[in-house]
Design a binder for this molecule. Structure first.
Ligand SMILES: [Zn+2]
Ligand SMILES: [Zn+2]
Length: 383
């Protein structure tokens, strides 16, 4: 002891040795920690001195202060239980002390004033926005399966719903979008930050806490089925060609959010798919493309849509729908297709032209029926 107190050299070497031992031996580290805990719990004096030291460090080191704040924020954000505890303690403090209450009120007022002033600064507003959307809308609510930004969701803890209704929570919380890394993942896995956890949006969280099933819950017959490959590969015009009804609606750009909205009634016009399917030329070649114009009325010069159509894909989609959808059951394919629309001189001209693209162009122009005939005299517009 005397040596430790009097010789600086000895003290330093002793400290260094202690550090190495603490770092390298797990056992020793655990025992030191346990001893510290006991001392902190049992000696009032020691506890006070530790607290005072911590306060000084928090006050004097900016780095330490920031790291403590960041840790606190993460804990507050991610643990619902901890959040509730914090809120409860603040509430009791607020109602218990008049002085604290006044301090809070004045600081809130000041904060609001500063916020209004800062909102005029474009750079500040942009920075705040970028911070909010930094992670991208990759977070799936495990109850309603909607995609959210990080600030719109909290970590889903089943325990939090035990009190209200465990059965409802167990039924609603789905793990379909929870990502567990496997051999196929590229390290480091980019999905872990957004999909490695179960997240829940505030709406669903509130509903589950009150013991109700959220209206948007996937169990509420709102689960999305995967799109079969036969239908997923169609482009918008091909989808039009096999649709039983073509909806007409007036679309408006909504004033906020950059989205479109429907205005007024929606009218569904039945379409004759059999006729459409029958005029499409037969070809067993994969990738045989055809240019098709979709017109609102056949006599119109202009068109609504003008795209390449793969007849084989249209046929495969129709066959698939015929198998699984009762509304498509009556569709018959005309196997011996005869191109009755081609006139003699066109055929001659076609033979003379060898460019396949021109041919397709010609044939689409000669088959006006390929575009659906839809009366447009009633004031409907296609949005
Ligand atoms: Zn949700
Ligand atoms: Zn992974």
């Amino acid at each position: 002891m005397v040596k430790y107190r009097d010789s600086v050299e000895y003290r330093e070497s002793f400290k260094a040795k202690r550090l190495v031992r603490y770092r390298d031996s797990v056992e020793h580290r655990e025992s030191v920690k346990a001893k510290k805990l006991v001392r902190y719990r049992d000696s009032i004096e020691h506890r006070e001195s530790v607290k005072a030291k911590r306060l000084v460090r928090y006050r004097d080191s900016i780095e330490h202060r920031e790291s403590v704040k960041a840790k606190r924020l993460v804990r507050y954000r991610d643990s619902i239980e901890h959040k509730e505890k914090v809120i409860e303690s603040i509430m009791s403090k607020y109602h218990g002390s008049v002085e604290y209450k006044e301090r809070v009120i004045s600081s809130v007022r000041l904060g609001r004033k500063q916020k209004v002033e800062k909102a005029k600064d474009f750079g500040f507003v942009r920075e705040q926005f970028l911070e909010k959307v930094r992670d991208g809308p990759d977070f799936v609510c495990c109850v309603c399966h909607r995609l959210f930004f990080r600030y719109q969701v909290v970590v889903c803890e089943r325990e939090a719903y035990r009190e209200s209704s465990a059965a409802v929570a167990d039924r609603c919380i789905g793990q379909q979008y929870l990502h567990r890394c496997s051999g196929e993942c590229v390290a480091p896995c980019s999905l872990v930050s957004s999909r490695g956890n179960l997240w829940i949006c505030y709406t669903c969280d509130r509903k589950l806490r009150s013991g109700e099933m959220p209206a948007e819950c996937w169990v509420n017959n709102l689960e999305l089925d995967p799109i079969p490959a036969e239908l997923g590969s169609l482009n918008s015009l091909e989808q039009h060609l096999i649709a039983l009804h073509i909806p007409f609606m007036k679309m408006l750009a909504l004033p906020k959010g950059g989205q479109n909205g429907v205005h007024g009634p929606v009218t569904c016009v039945p379409a004759n798919i059999v006729q459409t399917a029958n005029v499409l030329p037969r070809s067993n070649m994969e990738g045989s493309l055809l240019q098709v114009k979709l017109k609102r009325k056949l006599t119109y010069k202009g068109h609504y849509e003008y795209q390449f159509v793969d007849t084989l894909r249209v046929r495969q989609a129709l066959e698939y729908l015929k198998r699984i959808n009762i509304h498509y059951r009556d569709i018959e394919f005309n196997e011996d297709w005869v191109n009755e629309f081609v006139r003699e001189e066109d055929r001659e001209r076609e033979e003379a032209e060898s460019g396949s693209e021109d041919e397709a162009q010609e044939s689409s122009d000669q088959h006006p029926e390929t575009g659906r005939q839809i009366a447009d005299g009633r004031g409907f517009g296609v949005g």
